[in-house]
Design a protein around this ligand. Sequence first.
Ligand SMILES: *[C@@H]1O[C@H](CO)[C@@H](O)[C@H](O)[C@H]1NC(C)=O
Ligand SMILES: *[C@@H]1O[C@H](CO)[C@@H](O)[C@H](O)[C@H]1NC(C)=O
Ligand SMILES: *[C@@H]1O[C@H](CO)[C@@H](O)[C@H](O)[C@H]1NC(C)=O
Ligand SMILES: *[C@@H]1O[C@H](CO)[C@@H](O)[C@H](O)[C@H]1NC(C)=O
Length: 373
Amino acid sequence: MDRTLLLALILFTAAAIAETDNNLTSRQPSWSTAVEESDLLPPDASVPDSDGGFSSMDSMLHWAISHSDPEKLKESAQVHEGLSPSELQKRHIEIKELMEKTKMLSDAELMKISISDLNNVSISLEDRYRALLELLELVEPLDNANDLNKLGGLYALAQQLNHSDPGIRALTAWVLGKASQNNPTVQQQVLELGILSKLIVMVKSDSIEEGTKALYAVSALIRNNIPSQELFYAEAGGLMLQDILRNASIDIKLRRKAVLLLTDLAEYQLENIDKEEPSVFNSQNLVKSVVDLTASTDLDLQEKALIAIKSLLQLKTTEARVFRDFCALGDALNRMKQLLRDLMTDEDQRDYVMDVENVRVEVENIFHRKLIK
Ligand SMILES: *[C@@H]1O[C@H](CO)[C@@H](O)[C@H](O)[C@H]1NC(C)=O
Ligand SMILES: *[C@@H]1O[C@H](CO)[C@@H](O)[C@H](O)[C@H]1NC(C)=O
Ligand SMILES: *[C@@H]1O[C@H](CO)[C@@H](O)[C@H](O)[C@H]1NC(C)=O
Ligand SMILES: *[C@@H]1O[C@H](CO)[C@@H](O)[C@H](O)[C@H]1NC(C)=O
């Protein structure tokens, strides 16, 4: 059975069903600048069954819908909108039988198709996006991510980082990040491909989307991974973070991610105290850029900065007097105390503000203990 035909059939039915049962406009694909990784929980649609395919007709349909151009879907649905519910039902059953007969494509087969599309220089930009979006979803399960390299996927993705379209590069970084997340095998494979330095450079892209996704990928690649962290430091990753943290005109999402990554790296040191601390934590400027974030107008960023400071204070190589004199941490904490007290008058945010205040007090205590040490 030809895949295109099968997909066309599925899409046709999906369109008709979507238009009748649900409001299609509420189901548009989620590729937009507003999407954060955390928003991208796998749609229950794509939960694979044991042999890696889709668990049911419905999940395949959902997958197809979420991967389709909403405009085209609409068109297709309008063409067939004369279909009665019973005709639709009949169509539904036909396709179900067809799919049972032809056996569902496994995830590995779907990945192969997407990868071969990526390697095809003559496909349209739109199809390239689609192939990447498919991979973004397919690499979610650990087994699939582990198959990616074997199928030539990581190499194909690495090539996409050179694409002239920043959206393609951003989406590629996203897929790479998702595949490497909490996956030492893929982290190692990507490290061997030598693209970490490329991703670090991409973080500074003029395109916010590209920068954010590149930083997401960098974070996923170096998390709990010593060789990748060493390369990150060698490639001036610490300086890159510092540049982002101290520049208030940089997009807030990127700054939040940068401070989270720094916290992550510091936490890693705290959990592996026998490992020598990288010199980056010795940088007065880096520490100061984090302390200065407590004066940000964004409460979320302030909170993330506090959490970072809490970890930084506990490192062996950071010095209490740097926090006190060079960074004026004492003043910063007092300013924050006042600000939080003011914010607490607002009923709506009181609980959240209280949480931030608790972290602030914790930081204050750790700071004072470090000072008298
Ligand atoms: C679908 O939702 C859109 C936007 O929310 C609305 O304008 C439209 O009328 C809805 N269509 C149907 C068929 O409910
Ligand atoms: C590459 O893409 C073009 C355009 O979509 C298509 O006609 C061609 O068959 C594809 N080649 C391969 C090897 O899949
Ligand atoms: C991307 O392009 C650069 C410079 O043209 C080249 O050195 C590098 O090997 C390319 N990377 C990939 C993965 O093709
Ligand atoms: C701060 O970021 C903006 C926007 O990315 C950039 O144009 C500017 O050069 C940066 N400033 C410094 C001092 O790096």
